[in-house]
Design a protein around this ligand. Structure first.
Ligand code: DX5
Ligand code: ZN
Length: 238
């Protein structure tokens, strides 16, 4: 599906819950994908780690490529790898419709984002908890999605860092309504509300889905919590 159609699909389904596949049961990957589709997840968040940019290894394009034909869900890849420019084409070829790189991982973020857009994919830029919004500001016109890391990247199951919500608020005010502000790390029933009120529209969730017995219940409860918080919170609508 072309970039604009994907964006339209994502925007009409806000707030979005994106299961982080880092936390899935890899021994039953096909079944996990089916359960997440049944749970109504609009997209899957694939965490790719290289053991250099983050102190952990996960999986790469060849795994994603094999899962691609099994589902209609949007594939949103989060590349926690050094020099993503060296690998980007593999993820495009594997059928990822949305590709997020880290600002800290490359000196060529603008060129990489341009390459992703040329391939008609959704562009995303992620930044670590210690990286200020000022570092990504000039690149915002190239971003369809901005991903605020609310934990230090590398592992699932970490504690949410509430101070990162200031960055969500800042990005919400700097971007137009076409940009999706996303948050990743430690999102669960008690943190999704404040993140939604701060202005996030896409929530990456690992443990709070995969540690639950019923994924459908978990996804719908999280979505309801985000919607509930947004409607009662002080967020400026846009
Ligand atoms: C962390 C990853 C996250 C992580 C989320 O580096 O980017 O997507 O798996 O997992 P939880 O929700 O458990 O923090
Ligand atoms: Zn992630």
């Amino acid at each position: 599906m072309p970039r604009l159609a994907i964006l339209e699909r994502l925007r009409t389904n806000l707030p979005l819950i994106a299961p982080s596949m880092l936390k899935c049961d890899f021994g039953n990957l096909h079944r996990e994908v089916e359960l997440l589709e049944q749970a109504g997840a609009e997209l899957l968040h694939w965490d790719v780690m290289d053991g250099r940019f983050v102190p952990n290894l996960s999986y790469g394009a060849m795994v994603i490529d094999k899962v691609r034909p099994l589902t209609e869900m949007v594939f949103d890849v989060h590349l926690m790898i050094e020099e993503p420019e060296r690998y980007i084409d593999e993820y495009i070829a594997a059928g990822c419709e949305s590709i997020t790189i880290h600002i800290e991982a490359t000196r060529q973020a603008d060129a990489v984002l341009r390459r992703i857009r040329e391939a008609d994919c959704v562009t995303g830029l992620a930044f670590n908890p210690e990286t200020p919004v000022a570092e990504v500001r000039d690149l915002l016109p190239w971003c369809d999605q901005v991903l605020v890391m609310s934990v230090k990247p590398g592992f699932g199951g970490q504690k949410f860092m509430p101070e990162t919500l200031d960055k969500v608020r800042e990005l919400q005010s700097l971007t137009d309504s076409q940009t999706i502000v996303a948050i990743d790390g430690g999102i669960g029933p008690s943190t999704i509300g404040p993140a939604a009120v701060a202005g996030a529209g896409l929530f990456v969730v690992g443990s709070a889905i995969f540690d639950q017995p019923d994924y459908s219940q978990a996804v719908s409860d999280l979505r309801a919590a985000a919607i509930g918080a947004e409607s009662t919170g002080t967020r400026t609508s846009r």
